[in-house]
Every structure is written in structure tokens, then in C-alpha cells.
Design a protein around this ligand. Structure first.
Ligand code: ATP
Length: 234
């Protein structure tokens, strides 16, 4: 248990296997980045996810979001609405930022008229101006990041899952996003943050999980986990 906090999502012995066919052969690549993962994400926690490239951090966020299902073990969401903020998942490139914002909101289970009432605020935060009505394929990485951040902040979910999105974009917008994130965290929102920056995890998260070799190498207070993770990288 984590004090009197309630579990928001529980993972019990979770395994994820990717199977991809190799072109022009009858063979299939089978790979399990996550082999046996168990932990509880508690309500009100801000959890940083650490691990080297390919450790399965983004896979873990997709599991928490419910986009993928485990092929072993169980993911139990105790009734929370999640929003995944990522530069690689979630946009229809041919639709405008405005249309994508509406779709994202509907995927979070929100009513269309509520989402529509928030669109001006979303565009104001994202600073997209007339680009808001252009196809996302014309956006720069920074513009996609700003749109994702604006949608996630204005269309409230119970659990915000953030995949590396604070690492890109210009420093002014990064500071603006970090300030809003900090506000959400202090007001008790549940956040899971994947970052290559142990410093960011230490700054924004109270807890951290370190994934290595498909299992949990360490889970606990973010300062302790970051210290061990950084030591292992030397
Ligand atoms: N759809 C997929 N099909 C096949 N393999 C995949 C798929 N998605 C991810 N993988 C593989 O699973 C492993 C874990 O990927 P994942 O993106 O979760 O790692 P990560 O820790 O987020 O990596 P990074 O730090 O580089 O972003 C990688 O080896 C990746 O190549």
C-alpha cells in the first residue's frame, strides 16, 4: 500500500509480446519487451518511468491506456479515464488539429458539445492560430506537441499518460507545459511520465519505476529510484 491512497490501475504479472511478419518469408519475429510486470499506480501519484531505449516504456503507457492488451497477466483499471499524450500515437494526419482534438476527446469518453466548447481555449494554449484548421501532416513536431499538450490539459482525464512529450519543442513552451503539469500534480491528478531525463522525473514525480530486461528493476520514491538508475548508467 501507498499510505491511504487507492489503486487507480493494477498490473499483475503482465507480459506483452509483439509478433511481426518478416516480408517475403514465412517467419515471424516474436519479441516480449515486457515479461513480468507487477505494480500499482495509485490515485494522485505522479509516476516517472525510467529505462534504456527499447526497455518497453511506451509499451507500458499503451497498456495503461488500454490500446494494447497483455498476452499474459492482468491490467485492472479501477474505473479511471486515461489520456495518452504521445507524438507517435493518436493523430489522423489528414484531419485538422481541430478535428483531431474532437476525436481525442471522444476517445476519452467526453461529450461532443463539451469538447466543442473547449476548442478556443485549446487553440489559445497550443498557439496554433490558423494552423488549427490545417491537416496535422503540415505540422512541425513542436506544433504536434503543443496540440497534444493543449488537448490533454483542457479535456480533463483522470489519468494523464505522457510519452516523452516534455522533451521536445521550444524551451518557452516546455516551461509553460511543465508549469501546468506541476499544477495538475499538486492538485492531486494522477500522472505517468515517460522520460529519458532522470532530472525531469526527479523534478515532477513523487514515484518512479525502472524497467529493465522486461521486469521491474525498482519501484518507489522517485529520488531513490533515480539515484540507483543513474548509478547503473555509469
Ligand atoms: N508494434 C510493434 N511491433 C513490434 N515490435 C515493437 C512494436 N512496438 C515496439 N516494439 C519493440 O518493443 C520494444 C519496446 O518498445 P518501446 O517503444 O515500448 O520501448 P521504449 O522503452 O519506449 O523505447 P525508447 O526509449 O527507445 O522510446 C522495442 O524493441 C521495440 O522495437
Amino acid at each position: 500500500m501507498s499510505g491511504s491512497k487507492k489503486p487507480a490501475i493494477s498490473l499483475n504479472n503482465v507480459r506483452v509480446t509483439y509478433r511481426s511478419g518478416i516480408p517475403f518469408t514465412r517467419t515471424t519475429n516474436v519479441y516480449s519487451p515486457l515479461k513480468d510486470i507487477s505494480f500499482e499506480l495509485y490515485e494522485g501519484d505522479s509516476l516517472g518511468v525510467l529505462g534504456r531505449n527499447g526497455a518497453g516504456k511506451s509499451t507500458l503507457l499503451r497498456l495503461l491506456n488500454g490500446i494494447i492488451k497483455p498476452d499474459g497477466g492482468k491490467v485492472i483499471n479501477h474505473g479511471h479515464r486515461t489520456a495518452l499524450l504521445s507524438l507517435t500515437v493518436g493523430y489522423d494526419q489528414n484531419l485538422s488539429g481541430r478535428q483531431n482534438a474532437v476525436i481525442s476527446g471522444m476517445m476519452m469518453g467526453l461529450k461532443k458539445h463539451f469538447i466543442v466548447s473547449k476548442l478556443d481555449e485549446i487553440n489559445e494554449f497550443a498557439e496554433l492560430k490558423e494552423f488549427f484548421d490545417q491537416p496535422v501532416k503540415n505540422y512541425s513536431t513542436g506544433m504536434k506537441q503543443r496540440l497534444g499538450m493543449a488537448v490533454a490539459i483542457h479535456l480533463k482525464s483522470d489519468i494523464l499518460l505522457i510519452d516523452e512529450i516534455l522533451a521536445v519543442g521550444d524551451s518557452r513552451f516546455r516551461r509553460k507545459s511543465e508549469a501546468v503539469m506541476r499544477e495538475k500534480i499538486t492538485s492531486g491528478d494522477t500522472v505517468v511520465l515517460v522520460s529519458h531525463s532522470a532530472e525531469t522525473v526527479k523534478r515532477l514525480c513523487n514515484k518512479a519505476i525502472w524497467i529493465e530486461g522486461g521486469v521491474v528493476a525498482q519501484y518507489g520514491d522517485s529520488k531513490d529510484v533515480v539515484a540507483c538508475y543513474e548509478e547503473s548508467q555509469k
